[in-house]
Design a binder for this molecule. Structure first.
Ligand SMILES: [Zn+2]
Length: 247
């Protein structure tokens, strides 16, 4: 286990926002990747964008320093990534910065970007290359490949098995989508240890069964061998008797 420092913005709707510019023939295109960490399904995102030229100077659009980019018709569930959404932009832009303006949810709700509320927290994460951590980590990974620690509650909220810090009022993890109830039920230290114990017992039982089958087979083979020896001896005795009687 390794004590790992993590940082989260509790007011974020989106995280891991990445952009990449490319040319598609005559078009200048920005590819946008991001993750929904809002806790709800997002249907539309509005970004305020700033474009820069080769020299790093802001490119004005309609005499303003920024312009809007809207991504709509989405069904992006919490914890899901939007991959390489391509949007055409002005041809002379060589660098772009995006800032979330607002998001629309599938329940009709609209939320503006709030001031970031960043929190630094620490999580005891299981390590993939640790021999000692492997059994417990394997149990967690069996539930979900993103899980790496035991869920815990703290003064801010609760840390999911995916190591994301959620607000107290969140009933589901905004990063992986699992409900708090399910995560604490399946991934607590006690649940993981109980599950390991049950699997160990089943494995021991299986080994005992194999040993029993093997022993039964060995006994059968010994009986067969003794019976064959008996038949050979009987044959010899019969042959001797016949020899003595009819010589
Ligand atoms: Zn989670």
């Amino acid at each position: 286990m390794k004590r790992t420092e993590k940082k989260v913005d509790l007011n974020a709707h989106l995280s891991d926002i990445r952009t990449e510019l490319s040319r598609e023939g005559e078009k200048n295109v920005v590819s946008i990747c991001l993750k929904n960490v809002s806790g709800k399904e997002i249907t539309s995102i509005l970004f305020r964008a700033k474009g820069y030229d080769y020299f790093g100077d802001v490119i004005k659009v309609e005499e303003k320093d920024s312009f809007f980019i809207e991504i709509s018709a989405l069904h992006l569930k919490t914890g899901e990534y939007l991959q390489d959404k391509q949007i055409e932009i002005a041809g002379d832009i060589r660098k772009i910065e995006l800032e979330e303006e607002r998001v629309v949810f599938s329940d009709g709700g609209v939320e503006e970007r709030k001031e970031p509320q960043e929190k630094i927290y620490y999580v005891n994460c299981f390590e993939k290359d640790s021999y000692k951590d492997k059994p417990e980590l394997d149990e967690l990974l069996e539930q979900d490949e993103r899980f790496c620690c035991y869920p815990v509650e703290n003064e801010t909220g609760w840390i999911c098995a995916c190591a994301y810090l959620n607000r107290k009022e969140n009933q589901s993890c905004v990063n992986c989508g699992y409900t708090k109830k399910e995560v604490f039920w399946k991934c607590s230290e006690k649940a993981v240890k109980d599950s390991r114990k049950i699997k160990q017992l089943a494995f021991d039982k299986h080994l005992q069964q194999i040993a029993r089958i093997k022993k039964r087979q060995e006994t059968k083979e010994i009986i067969k061998y003794l019976f064959e020896v008996f038949l050979v001896l009987l044959g010899i005795i019969l042959a001797l008797w016949l020899y003595i009687c009819f010589r």
